[in-house]
Design a protein around this ligand. Structure first.
Ligand SMILES: *Cc1c(COP(=O)(O)O)cnc(C)c1O
Length: 394
């Protein structure tokens, strides 16, 4: 059996989205900027997708800027607002942001922007005391993600937006993981990042909601595409597929969330029957599709490889950090020790995940962990010796 439980990394493109895209590669290949019928037909398709995404966010179509990815939309929000801001020059981000925000904040910091970082509690919830202290009349932009891509914790956007509004600062939220799974509203932020391939649309398309009137400098200059905020001929088939994925996500939002939550809870309940295990992230305020588990005396990477050998695709955290041996910055910010942070497993479901698949995973997981613990240098007996050797305290 092959089971894909890495839907936070990417999802299967919905066949209905692919079907909608195909004509825009074949007969309807016009440039949306062209005046003739080919161009108009492409422009209408882009506009329809723009309206679908705007409606899903309770925004206006002129407030949606298509980009080449969620990462680009994050870059556009941070760099674009800071570059356009005349009176305010500080940036506030949380410590658990996606690398697309964190690395961008670091680059801005090297260029002279003052960056303040706000921590989280043990559940991954933003520290409101720290946030209130960090945000001031010097703050140009606050960027706090809606739902975390590793542990699935969902932040209360309304409260964060309130703090930003009181200080006169703009608020950006990366909603790549939450959009299409739980409601996301433009009422709660000035800028919102979304991405197509995390919600069963094609890869290489994202969008940034930019509230009307928010000053924003483009990253890519050239033609006047996307209301002058992002030059370059639009990825018409990609945008059409993104639009269809968003349409489907909104139409079936509640039903899909209910189904995923039930399977997620089964997965968590059965996984926690394994000795020396725990759940990372908030128990209730979490994404309907996220189960992030910790296991003592197990190396997350080894666990992912063993599960892969049994046909189960999982992750230790984010795909973006799988190349590095550093423990997850999210888990460290939540207060986990290096040793605890290394023993983590992220299982993320989709609307296509079946009960049979979850049953298979919960049947192989205990065996896989037991086998790893048997050979692990981290097992209970020599864990203290390991700690002495490495100097890492548990
Ligand atoms: C995947 C992801 C991104 C990046 O989106 P891409 O379209 O893959 O560039 C940004 N933020 C979060 C929270 C993500 O999960």
């Amino acid at each position: 059996m092959r089971v894909y439980l890495d839907n936070a990394a990417t999802t299967m493109t919905d066949p209905r989205a692919v079907k909608k895209m195909l004509p825009y590669y074949l007969g309807k290949y016009g440039n949306p900027s062209s005046l003739h019928a080919f161009g108009r037909e492409a422009e209408e398709a882009v506009d329809e997708a723009r309206e679908t995404i705007a409606k899903a966010l309770s925004a206006g179509p002129r407030e949606i800027v298509f980009t080449g990815s969620g990462s680009e939309a994050d870059n556009l929000a941070l760099r674009g607002v800071l570059a356009a801001s005349t009176k305010r020059s500080e940036l506030v981000v949380s410590e658990i942001e996606h690398p697309a925000v964190l690395r961008t904040a670091e680059a801005l910091e090297r260029a002279g922007v003052k960056v303040k970082r706000v921590g989280v509690d043990g559940d991954g919830m933003i520290d409101f005391g720290e946030l209130e202290k960090a945000v001031s009349k010097r703050t140009a932009l606050v960027s706090v993600m809606h739902a975390n891509n590793e542990v699935g914790t969902v932040q209360p956007l309304q409260e964060i937006a309130g703090i930003c509004r009181d200080a006169g600062a703009l608020f950006h939220t990366d909603a790549v993981q939450s959009f299409g799974k739980i409601p996301v509203s433009a009422k709660h932020a000035d800028l919102i990042t979304v991405s197509s391939h995390k919600i069963h649309g094609p890869k290489g398309v994202g969008a940034l909601f930019v509230r009307e009137g928010v000053p924003l400098s483009p990253l890519i200059t050239g033609g006047l595409h996307e209301f002058g905020k992002r030059a370059g001929t639009e990825n018409v088939p990609g945008i059409v597929g993104f639009g269809e994925a968003v349409f489907l996500s909104q139409k079936y939002l509640k039903g899909n969330a209910r189904k995923m939550t039930r399977l997620r809870d089964k997965l968590i309940r059965r996984a926690l029957e394994i000795p020396d295990s725990w759940l990372n992230g908030h128990a209730k305020k979490r994404l309907p599709n996220n189960a992030h588990l910790g296991f003592d005396f197990v190396e997350g990477e080894a666990l992912v490889l063993r599960l892969d050998a049994r046909g189960v695709a999982a992750s230790t955290g984010s795909a973006c950090s799988s190349q590095s041996l550093e423990p997850s910055h999210v888990l460290l910010a939540m207060g986990l020790s290096h040793v605890k942070a290394h023993g983590s497993l992220r299982l993320t479901l989709s609307k296509f995940t079946t009960e049979k698949e979850v049953d298979y995973v919960v049947s192989v997981l205990p065996k896989t962990i037991a086998a790893l613990r048997k050979i692990s240098s981290l097992n209970a007996e020599n864990a203290s010796a390991y700690r002495t050797l490495t100097g890492v305290s548990k």
